[in-house]
Design a protein around this ligand. Structure first.
Ligand code: NAG
Ligand code: NAG
Length: 462
């Protein structure tokens, strides 16, 4: 490189800066523009400027009246956080809290095709985050730590998750609350609200104690993707022993979305420990495994083999030293996004959104996506933990954020929080720090006590 005079250099720098700034404005404008003008894909619904789409982004406050201070159960005292501002979290973690019904409303307020959840009209298909969600037969849905597959062939959605309808216990003094493996529950729907129980599609092993799926082990966060080359539905899941020392990932396959799935094996991906995980299938059919590794201190990401039954020997370490888990990946306008949680066991913590131009990174952290509710809600992912993000058909930049509100006292009674997630507007981080890098769009998860999809109960979307 030749020497340049200071004035030339200065001019060059300001030109480059101006150019970068102009590009930023164009990106900003085009992203905002595309969000404001909801274009709808060919055969989809006419959602152009639909008021219910804007309704998703309404900021809703949640005022909770705290009960007067009182003596707490020994277990709650042990977990007592230090700062007084976290008293709402204390109440949440206290099984005997007087306001427990606010976090875990009882069966009387349940919602689904057979009950209105207090919304007075089931035909409107309202979601009630945190209330008990019933399937088409009127039973509470059992699909915790779940994920959604949209199946082109049957034009249906499938919700897979941990079937936890068993007794919660501690296998030893220091062990985490657990339910024996029962299996992976599957529910089908054509509108993302009305869910039909398709049964346990991968069941626990009752007798063989050496089997990964023996009931005394751990099966968490099952996710299913379809491989159009092999015609197989492939399930990936976290496989562990009761003490979380096996830290492996398991694979099962089926010819049908409703199973039964054949369990193949578990493995240590790339030779590493693997706990919370997800799989993400990209538009070009490349699938990726994303998992918390190195004792949950780092997230690993790597492509699956063409048949989706293994990992390729390529892996990137991301969010190094950040201790993130519960990854959920989605894509919008060629940008990849991820929501993660911190690592605090069953207790809730702050979610973070991340973005990247490639699945293999580099990944940048955007910040906490939670909007509305109240300060404690926002700093605890609305007292829940993310598990998956589902794209909303016909709503560019519109997604459903799926989370679990864990109930460690009775895990089967853990609740689902489905909330609208919108990608649009500018991220919070200051413009200067992102010079030379893409201007990321904002990722927002909006708190709603009650909400519905833009097409409500009007029609099936699948
Ligand atoms: C019940 O239905 C009426 C009219 O259909 C509506 O105005 C009202 O807001 C509904 N109540 C709730 C709690 O959704
Ligand atoms: C888990 O750890 C406890 C206490 O260290 C031990 O007693 C128990 O045998 C372990 N269980 C398994 C399945 O490794």
């Amino acid at each position: 490189m030749g020497k340049s005079k200071p004035t030339t250099l200065l001019r060059l720098v300001s030109t480059v800066a101006g150019f970068v700034f102009a590009i930023h404005l164009i990106i900003l404008y085009s992203r905002n523009y595309s969000v404001d003008n909801l274009e709808v894909s060919s055969q989809s619904l006419l959602l152009h400027h639909h008021p219910l789409v804007h309704e998703l982004e309404r900021v809703e406050q949640e005022n909770i009246h705290m009960p007067p201070p009182r003596k707490r159960s020994p277990r709650a005292i042990k977990r007592k956080p230090k700062r007084p501002t976290t008293t709402l979290v204390q109440e949440f973690l206290d099984e005997n809290s007087q306001i427990r019904h606010l976090f875990f409303p009882d069966i009387k307020s349940s919602f689904g095709p057979t009950k209105d959840g207090g919304g007075n009209d089931t035909s409107l298909h309202h979601f009630f985050p945190g209330k008990i969600w019933l399937d088409t037969e009127g039973n509470p849905i059992q699909a915790h730590g779940g994920g959604i597959l949209y199946d082109e062939r049957s034009k249906s959605y499938y919700w897979y998750g941990e079937y936890k309808d068993g007794v919660t216990y501690h296998s030893h003094k220091k062990g985490a609350a657990r339910v024996d493996i029962i299996g992976v529950g599957c529910y089908s729907s054509r509108d993302l609200w009305t869910w039909k129980n398709e049964g346990v599609v991968l069941a626990a092993e009752e007798l063989d104690e050496t089997h990964d799926l023996h009931k005394l082990n751990v099966l968490e966060r099952p996710k299913v993707i379809y491989n159009s080359d092999t015609g197989k539905y492939v399930m990936w899941m976290h496989i562990d022993d009761a003490n979380y020392t096996k830290a492996s990932v398991g694979v099962a396959i089926s010819d049908n979305p409703t199973g039964p799935f054949d369990y193949l094996y578990s493995k240590s991906p790339h030779g590493f420990d693997s706990r919370d995980m997800t799989v993400f299938k990209d538009d070009d059919n490349t699938a990726y495994l994303v998992y918390s590794s190195e004792d949950n201190s780092v997230v690993h990401v790597g492509p699956l083999t063409e048949d989706y039954l293994g990992v390729k020997p390529v892996m990137k370490r991301i969010m190094v030293g950040q201790h993130r888990e519960a990854p959920a990946v989605f894509k919008h306008q060629n940008t990849y996004y991820m929501i993660t949680s911190g690592c605090t066991g069953w207790a809730p913590n702050e979610a973070l959104a991340h973005a990247a131009e490639s699945m293999m990174g580099p990944w940048e952290t955007l910040g906490n996506p939670c909007v509305g509710g109240n300060k404690i809600f926002r700093s605890t992912t609305f007292l829940a933990q993310g598990t998956y993000v589902v794209p909303l058909p016909g709503v560019p930049g519109g997604f459903i954020f799926m989370a679990d509100r864990w109930n460690p006292a009775d895990l089967r009674d853990s609740r689902y929080l489905w909330l609208p997630l919108i990608v649009g507007g500018t991220a919070d981080r200051p413009l200067e720090s992102s010079f030379g890098f893409p201007v990321w769009s904002r990722v927002s998860v909006y708190w709603h006590r009650q909400w519905r999809l833009p097409w409500g109960g009007e029609k099936e979307i699948a």
